[in-house]
Design a protein around this ligand. Structure first.
Ligand code: CO8
Length: 258
């Protein structure tokens, strides 16, 4: 049993809700990523008809990767951290059941990656979403970029990524980064269930083989390069200048919060 996520099956629909509950901002540390991975596996085992990914608390869906994992890291832990992120994405992007993100708060960087890895997105008004890595002096890894390109296309991805753009929910709707808008989480869960219901008359096997066929090449590409991706990440985070700017960024976040 995890404290960082909960997985609740709705007996009527057979759909599970996977809630992130790592206060204050669901930043993705090693333990949270590992718990998300385990919950996605658990949903396979309990034969969930689908998974709705959301935040337990309105306001922040996920603040992305936990910067504390990258700042002055222990070398063994940071390796496990990155490979767990890779595993978590492979699992979420490739899982056979349908997935919907109910985005009830801000969703920058790694939070946006999680949401984009689902099949459908419903976002609450007045929050922002995007891969803002360039704003932090980070080049988003190739598989973050592929995930975005598969969703909104090459041109929109290039514009979004080079600017590190955080989209409002309305802007995100316009370019297809999200599919629907909600005004409350309850409304979002209803809409997510309506999306799941579209598969009622479709054989789950045909559905999942089709999903595999659509997403497989992107996943295979990542798996082929995952060792190089890890080495690149370690080299990047161990660079003293990167450490300095991560430290400054953390200070800035804390000042803003306090
Ligand atoms: N990691 C660690 N701590 C964080 C993070 C984070 N990503 N985000 C926020 N926090 C902390 C804050 O420092 C603050 O701490 P404290 O309570 O000690 O002051 C606390 O969480 C609350 O934060 P806020 O007061 O800012 O909360 P708000 O509700 O006002 O705002 C936001 C929420 C909008 C999510 C805001 O916190 C924010 O913008 N956070 C930063 C988001 C961000 O830039 N994430 C990028 C992470 S990097 C990533 O995901 C991909 C990296 C790929 C690396 C590839 C290298 C090759």
């Amino acid at each position: 049993v995890s404290k960082l996520v909960s997985l609740t099956v709705d007996d009527k629909t057979g759909v599970s809700v996977l809630s992130l509950q790592r206060p204050p901002v669901n930043s993705l540390n090693l333990e949270l990523l590992s718990d998300i991975h385990n919950a996605l596996t658990e949903a396979e085992k309990n034969k969930s008809r689908g998974v709705i990914l959301t935040s337990q608390k309105d306001g922040v869906f996920s603040a992305g990767l936990d910067i504390m994992e990258m700042y002055k890291p222990d070398q063994d832990r940071i390796k496990t951290f990155w490979t767990t992120l890779q595993d978590c994405w492979i699992k979420l992007y490739g899982c056979l059941y349908p997935t919907v993100a109910v985005i009830n708060g801000h969703s920058p960087a790694g939070g946006c990656l999680l949401a984009m890895s689902c099949e459908y997105r419903i976002m609450q008004t007045n929050y922002t979403i995007g891969l803002n890595e360039t704003l932090l002096g980070i080049v988003a890894p190739p598989w973050f970029i592929s995930t975005m390109k598969n969703l909104i296309g090459h041109r929109e991805s290039e514009l979004a990524l080079t600017q590190g753009k955080l989209f409002t929910s309305d802007e995100a709707l316009k370019i297809g980064l999200v599919d629907e808008i909600m005004h409350s989480k309850d409304e979002g869960i209803k809409k997510a269930n309506a999306f799941m219901a579209k598969f009622a008359k479709i054989s789950p096997i045909t559905r999942s083989l089709t999903k595999q066929s659509v997403r497989g090449p992107t996943i295979q590409d990542m798996i082929k390069n995952r060792q190089a991706d890890l080495e690149h990440f370690l080299q990047f985070t161990n660079n003293p200048q990167v450490q300095q700017s991560l430290g400054m960024y953390l200070e800035m976040l804390k000042k803003k919060g306090g």
